[in-house]
Design a protein around this ligand. Structure first.
Ligand code: NAD
Length: 473
């Protein structure tokens, strides 16, 4: 399978997707390794993962260039790869205490002679299927806590961005005891689909359409699925917001990483009282954004990673314009030396029925709707099949929080945007089509990989059958 380079538009890499038989063999190998992994204490598992974190750090010189070729972006690839050792260390250090505190022993019950103890039993093999927008982070975000739980993990990153897999697998092979329980494989959608029948739990991050297929396949295989899907995050800007600052937050939260982030702001609702200065500032700031072209080390936003996504973004913009929207900045995907770039695109005159307001765009596009009444803004923000996250900007914090608490979304940033990309401690659910399953953030990110086993101990006399004889009642 030939892999396109997002900066040149040309194929410069190849992978050989694993077929069903190879997936089955890899899953069987990992299951064998998992028995020994489970026999270790959480502290011992943590020590091995700390060695892995060091191995990744030592290997960043090979991983970062591969990730940069995958995504066509420089700085964010550095942040992404360099952040992984920290994520591993966080779980390696925090998981043992969390696991211990969730396994109480000898607890009293309503029957004085009976006590209970709880054991946590991890799923043996966790499968991870991940997307192309943050290839390394999203391949590992579920895998690290699953490993700490005692599971073996089989990961299949997106076929759009597979170059980082080989250097990352080298760090796995260089870490004794990890290679038998962790595998990152190359493959496409068929490889992902084949995995579901061979794992005990599937973590999927990607589109709603594929997430639905994964959810259905998981139901057939009778395994749990964590589905982390798309979003159409709204930002409400209240009348007491400072227009220029609000414009700066809206711009960054919509266009960072070329808008290719699930928690990207994709719709802005601004109060009429400040709409004019807000829009003037937004357009000025949008026009000042520079592309990372021709020099990847200069500018703000890179090319689309996935060619098809550029077409989707352009189609939604063109359709909105045909339906009456006005382009105030950007608006045209440009082909520069084979890479597909879109300058920050500000649209006004949009309406709630347009695809640009209803469907995920995943590009640096900011459709702005002006509202008169905050109730109207809340209604418009909640008028979506998605519910991943949202944002509210306003000077009066109590009022901003009151609006935030009425939004149908799993996380709401207040006086900032897209904070879920930075803050991983707070548990959050995905509402609507944005996902299903326990939170991947916070403690639940680890605890979801356990089933609970109750050991119920009788220290008195066990009841005899006469206790249930009819004549005794
Ligand atoms: P996608 O659904 O096209 O692909 C995701 C993965 O699924 C890939 O690895 C792909 O090979 C695999 N796949 C394809 N068909 C499959 C099948 N039938 N069975 C099993 N696996 C299959 O998504 P994408 O385009 O790579 O990613 C972009 C999407 O991901 C966006 O919608 C974005 O919002 C979403 N996303 C969500 C989050 C989140 O945390 N909620 C984070 C990042 C991205």
């Amino acid at each position: 399978m030939k892999i396109r380079n997002p900066r040149t538009g040309k194929p410069d890499h190849e992978i050989a997707p694993l077929d069903e038989a190879a997936v089955a063999a890899e899953a069987a190998r990992l299951r064998v390794g998992q028995t020994g992994w489970l026999a270790k204490t959480p502290e011992q598992r943590g020590e091995i993962l700390l060695q892995w974190a060091d191995a990744i750090e030592a290997h960043l010189g090979a991983i970062i260039p591969a990730l940069t070729d995958d995504t066509g972006r420089g700085g964010i690839s550095k942040i992404e790869a360099a952040g992984v050792p920290g994520q591993i260390r966080r779980w390696a250090n925090s998981a043992p205490a969390l696991i211990a505190s969730a396994q109480p022993s000898g607890e009293p019950t309503s029957v004085p002679t009976i006590t209970t103890s709880t054991r946590l039993v991890p799923y043996s093999l966790v499968g991870v299927i991940s997307p192309w927008n943050f290839p390394m982070t999203l391949a590992l975000i579920d895998a690290i806590p699953a490993l700490m739980a005692g599971s073996a993990v089989l990961i299949k990153p997106s076929e759009v961005t597979p170059r980082f897999i080989r250097p990352l697998m080298e760090t796995v092979r260089n870490t004794p005891e990890l290679a038998s329980i962790l595998s990152i494989i190359e493959g496409d959608g068929a490889t992902g689909a084949a995995m579901i029948a061979h794992v005990d739990y599937v973590c999927f991050t990607g589109s709603v359409a594929t997430g639905r297929k994964v959810g259905e396949a998981a139901a057939k295989a009778f395994i749990p699925a964590s589905l982390e899907l798309g979003g159409k995050d709204p930002m409400i800007i209240l009348p007491d917001a400072e227009p220029e600052k609000a414009a700066s937050v809206a711009l960054r939260a919509s266009i960072v990483n070329t808008g290719q982030a699930c928690q990207s702001i994709e719709r802005v609702y601004v109060a009429r009282a400040i709409a004019e200065p807000f829009l003037d500032s937004l357009v000025n700031q949008a026009d000042a954004v520079r592309l990372n072209h021709p020099d990847i080390a200069e500018g703000h936003i890179g090319p689309f990673i996935f060619e098809k996504q550029a077409q989707i973004a352009q189609h939604q913009i063109d359709q909105a314009v045909e339906q009456g929207a006005t382009v105030r900045a950007g608006g045209e995907v440009e082909n520069l030396d084979g890479g597909l770039y879109l300058r920050p695109t500000v649209l006004t005159g949009v309406s709630a029925e347009m695809d640009i307001i209803r469907e995920e765009n995943f590009g640096p596009v900011i459709p702005v709707t002006i509202y008169d009444d905050v109730e109207e803004a809340i209604g418009l923000a909640n008028d979506s099949q998605f519910g991943l996250s949202a944002a509210v900007i306003g000077s009066d914090i109590a009022k901003a929080e009151a609006v935030a608490s009425r939004l149908q979304a799993g996380a709401v940033s207040i006086n900032d945007g897209s904070l879920t990309s930075m803050i991983w401690e707070a548990e959050k659910s995905s509402f609507g089509y944005s996902g299903l399953g326990a939170s991947r953030m916070g403690e639940s990110g680890l605890m979801r990989f356990f089933r609970k086993q109750a050991l119920i101990r009788q220290s008195g006399e066990a009841a005899v059958i006469d206790a249930f004889a009819e004549q005794n009642f």
